[in-house]
Design a protein around this ligand. Structure first.
Ligand code: PGA
Length: 302
């Protein structure tokens, strides 16, 4: 079996996305180049890694097994490169941060402040919802992730750094816009615009409503916070979003926060990385920077 590291990288990306097109986009390659790498890899292994059923591709049994090895090899390579950098007393000066889409509302400012203090650092930022962020962490792609509470079954080191209150928003002309102490039952007739499956906000909202025994009504499912906010502004219904996402709209009174009993749902943001990962000095500096910024922010709000 003769396969290259490049082929393993391409294979891992296709397996993660289950899409040649999205893998090509991520790797800045053309789709035929991606297909070619996979074909060559399959012919040198002598087994297909993917199978196509209808329009979708799936990993074969061999592909599944290969993916475990590909990820292990990539992790070892990365660790080797980090250790060699350490021994040379060098820091690659690269920082790869993956964040949950909701974190984007404050992370860009954090990164800008960090970049100002560390102008030589080359930062790449990957913004995605919770579910695909977890698969990136599993593939060991980012140095650090900023996200909602990490699941216990993924081997991560994590530290919480800031509150993430989830609130109910409405358009200013909603009949309950000025009501006080609204009970959940008062929202039984209301419709909710919700985030796509895979969103951490959506999971937290559904857990809260189900704990409260409140069968909320869904009017529409929209991709990303911006679409949800616009849906609410357009009168499609109410929504549960992180307060971070609507600071501007609340100030400009394009949206209002409803005063609902039991809200906000209080969550926390975490900075996380894979257990066993050797953080570069740059990544460690950014981790501390995030925690310090979170502490400053909570001092300001108390
Ligand atoms: P998300 O946020 O809804 O953008 O995925 C992540 C989270 O709240 O855990």
């Amino acid at each position: 079996m003769h396969i290259t590291i490049r082929q393993l990288q391409v294979f891992e990306a296709v397996a993660r996305h289950l899409s040649y097109t999205r893998a090509a986009e991520e790797l800045h390659l053309t789709q035929p180049a991606v297909s070619m790498q996979i074909k060559q890899m399959e012919s040198s292994i002598g087994l297909p890694m993917f199978e196509q059923i209808g329009k979708k591709i799936y990993l074969t049994q061999a592909g599944d097994a290969m993916l475990v090895h590909a990820r292990t090899i990539m992790r070892h390579l990365e660790a080797a490169s980090e250790e060699m950098n350490d021994l040379r007393g060098e820091d690659s000066g690269r920082l790869r941060v993956a964040i949950a889409s909701t974190v984007n509302y404050f992370a860009t400012q954090l990164l800008a402040d960090f970049a100002k203090e560390n102008p030589a650092v080359e930062i790449s930022l990957d913004v995605t919802n919770r579910e695909s962020l977890l698969s990136r962490l599993e593939a060991n792609l980012p140095d650090l992730a900023l996200m909602g509470k990490p699941p216990a079954d993924l081997d991560l080191v994590s530290e919480s750094f800031m509150d993430n209150p989830l609130i109910v928003i409405a358009s200013p002309d909603h009949p309950l816009a000025n009501a006080r102490r609204i009970a959940l039952e008062d929202l039984a007739e209301a419709h909710f615009v919700v985030r796509e499956p895979g969103s951490g906000t959506r999971v937290a909202m559904e857990r809260f409503f189900s704990d409260q025994g409140f069968p909320y009504q869904k009017s529409m499912e929209l991709m990303g916070n911006e679409a949800v906010k616009q849906g609410v502004e357009a009168g499609l219904g109410l929504a549960v979003v992180s307060a971070h996402t609507v600071e501007k709209e609340l100030t400009l009174q394009r949206l209002v926060e409803l005063d609902v009993d039991g809200m906000p749902i209080m969550r926390r943001w975490y900075v996380a990385y894979r257990k066993g990962k050797r953080l570069s000095p740059t990544a460690e500096a950014f981790r501390r920077f995030v925690i310090a910024a979170g502490a400053r922010r909570s001092e300001l709000s108390t």
